[in-house]
Design a protein around this ligand. Structure first.
Ligand SMILES: N[C@@H](CCC(=O)N[C@@H](CS)C(=O)NCC(=O)O)C(=O)O
Length: 267
């Protein structure tokens, strides 16, 4: 409805989050829910329906020039706006996590966390995003693209799985923004055509994080989505037509891998 379509900021104090229920959006809503639970820091949010291209409108672009969600605005810092997940996670913890509950004070740990967040930005997010595009949104089914990006996603989550053999969390054996950056992507791995069961350390990490109340709340902003791993498996059980369609897609991905001699290659 036209009346509900966001057309500008609505708060005048605290943090305002502009977001949608996607792996990148969840980074911001999860850290904000964690800070709320840990420090009582309240925030406001608005749902930016990316299917309606609200993120491309001039008022939004002024805040986030890339025209993508999530964006935060800090009304207590003169309306300072931040785009990009890594920058949002760093900004919020730098200013509002004084006890380093989700971040680090040791400079080497700070660097370790930056490395995993940069890895997510340059690797997992773009590759898994392209896997989703080629598997589900492309105007034609292109086998090469399907196996290339689904394969790259597998290689990348294999790296997380190996790292998590020795530790419960990515940096310093402590849940942090480094984990939050990748969690949302792993949360929709099945939808992307990757079998989470093949990566047992990663699956345990995903379950550990998913069990956090603040994570559950963050995942439901602006509303609970249908492509998280659990919701996806449930829908396969409940919806026969969906299950058949998904089965067809998974077979097409397997065929594409065979056609181009794909071999899993994570160290
Ligand atoms: N690197 C950015 C990526 C942001 C991004 O790709 N957002 C997607 C949703 S997950 C989006 O807004 N897509 C809509 C569009 O491209 O117009 C981040 O981590 O925040």
């Amino acid at each position: 409805m036209a009346d509900n379509r966001p057309n500008g900021l609505k708060a005048n104090k605290g943090i305002e989050l502009l977001t949608w229920g996607t792996p990148n959006g969840w980074k911001a809503s999860i850290i904000l829910e964690e800070l709320k639970e840990a420090y009582g820091k309240e925030y406001t949010w608005q749902g930016i329906n990316i299917g309606q291209n609200i993120q491309k409108e001039p008022w939004f672009i002024k805040l986030g020039p890339n025209g993508r969600i999530p964006v935060i605005v800090d009304h207590d810092k003169g309306g300072f706006a931040v785009q990009e997940g890594l920058a949002i996670l760093s900004y919020l913890t730098r200013h509002y996590d004084p006890d380093h509950k989700f971040s680090f004070s040791d400079p080497l740990d700070v660097s370790r966390a930056e490395q995993w967040m940069a890895w997510q930005h340059g690797g997992l997010g773009p590759m898994q995003g392209q896997a989703n595009h080629f598997n589900r949104a492309a105007k034609e089914r292109i086998a090469y693209g399907m196996q290339r990006y689904t394969g790259e996603t597998e290689r990348l989550v294999g790296i997380l799985d190996s790292h998590l053999k020795e530790t419960d969390y990515l940096v310093g054996n402590k849940y942090s923004i480094a984990d939050i950056a990748s969690f949302g992507w792993v949360n929709m791995l099945r939808f992307s055509g990757v079998d989470l069961d093949a990566f047992p350390n990663l699956k345990a990490w995903w379950e550990r994080i998913l069990a956090r109340p603040a994570v559950q709340k963050g995942l439901s902003i602006p509303s609970k989505g249908g492509f998280g791993n659990d919701a996806y498996l449930q829908r396969l059980k409940d919806d026969k037509e969906f299950a058949e369609k998904e089965h067809g897609l998974m077979e097409a991905i397997a065929e594409a891998k065979k056609k181009y001699g794909y071999k899993y290659a994570s160290p």
